[in-house]
Design a binder for this molecule. Structure first.
Ligand SMILES: NC(=O)c1ccc[n+]([C@@H]2O[C@H](COP(=O)([O-])OP(=O)(O)OC[C@H]3O[C@@H](n4cnc5c(N)ncnc54)[C@H](OP(=O)(O)O)[C@@H]3O)[C@@H](O)[C@H]2O)c1
Length: 245
């Protein structure tokens, strides 16, 4: 299948490692011109060079205004952003009594305002050309709360409402907005949370962690031309782990 992505300009956030890297790699392989961001300059630069990305922008998405400045810079350097993949580092675990106000604010800035700000900045260009793809990388926790991931569960559930609302608003302009929900994939984030294959695999119908490139393939498809009629959806890539329909 031809994804129709040759020459399309994509911005993938949080893409020096893990799922973001896999999304960016898949888009590069499909012929898109890809810009990446992450905080760490060295790893980011090396990743961008390894995959053949066009641009690497150091950016800390937990800082107010960072996502706006990032999109503006990429638009200025690539001439526009046709595909926006919103992704950032996961918030720390913890129960309701242990999480500090500072942690809530950081999570809100990083997960929520990054989505709002980057969508607002990217939309005018997408509307002007009558074509755009926005994919929010979130989590199956948006649909089924995971133990001890209070910040993630709370904010990500709300973000599905944002995706649905914005998809209704921008659909008439040839723009789709969808959420891609990873289950358990083998990345540094999973190691940091102590979620090993042995612990997690028995709960997953596929009986293994996902490979990041399996998730990247979903995101590349949602960004593609043939996915034009998929809008406002939340689609899991989780080996069947979500129990609900
Ligand atoms: N892996 C999974 O199975 C899974 C499941 C459900 C949800 N998720 C969610 O999906 C997202 C990505 O997860 P992952 O497993 O790919 O994580 P990861 O392996 O830790 O990679 C995170 C990426 O984001 C970058 N990043 C982190 N904080 C950032 C910030 N403040 N500003 C800019 N870039 C930042 C990191 O680079 P730097 O450190 O250099 O900035 C890295 O490139 C997270 O929100 C995570 O909670 C993951």
């Amino acid at each position: 299948m031809d994804f129709g992505l040759k020459g399309r300009r994509a911005l993938v956030m949080g893409a020096s490692a893990g799922l973001g890297r896999a999304c960016a790699t898949a888009l590069v392989k499909e012929g898109a011109t890809v810009a990446l961001c992450a905080r760490g300059g060295d790893r980011l630069q090396a990743t961008a060079e390894a995959m053949g990305a066009a641009l690497a922008v150091p950016c800390d998405l937990s800082q107010p205004g960072a996502a706006r400045a990032l999109v503006r810079e990429v638009v200025a350097k690539l001439g526009g952003v046709d595909i926006l993949v919103i992704n950032s580092g996961g918030p720390p675990p913890g129960g309701i009594e242990s999480i500090t106000d500072t942690q809530w604010q950081a999570g809100f800035q990083s997960l929520w305002m990054t989505a709002v700000d980057s969508i607002q900045e990217a939309l005018p260009g997408m509307k002007a050309q009558g074509w755009g793809r926005i994919v929010l990388v979130t989590s199956t926790a948006a649909r089924e709360a995971l133990p001890n991931l209070t910040i993630s569960n709370g904010l990500r559930a709300g973000l599905l409402g944002l995706v649905k609302t914005v998809s209704n608003e921008v659909g008439p302009h040839g723009i789709t907005v969808n959420a891609a929900l990873p289950g358990y994939h083998a990345t540094d984030r999973m190691k940091d949370l102590g979620l090993t294959d042995e612990k997690v695999a028995p709960q997953i119908p596929a009986r293994r962690l996902g490979r990041p490139e399996e998730f990247g393939a979903l995101v590349a498809f949602l960004a593609s031309e043939p996915a034009a009629y998929i809008n406002g959806q939340s689609i899991a890539c989780d080996g069947g782990a979500l129990r609900g329909f």
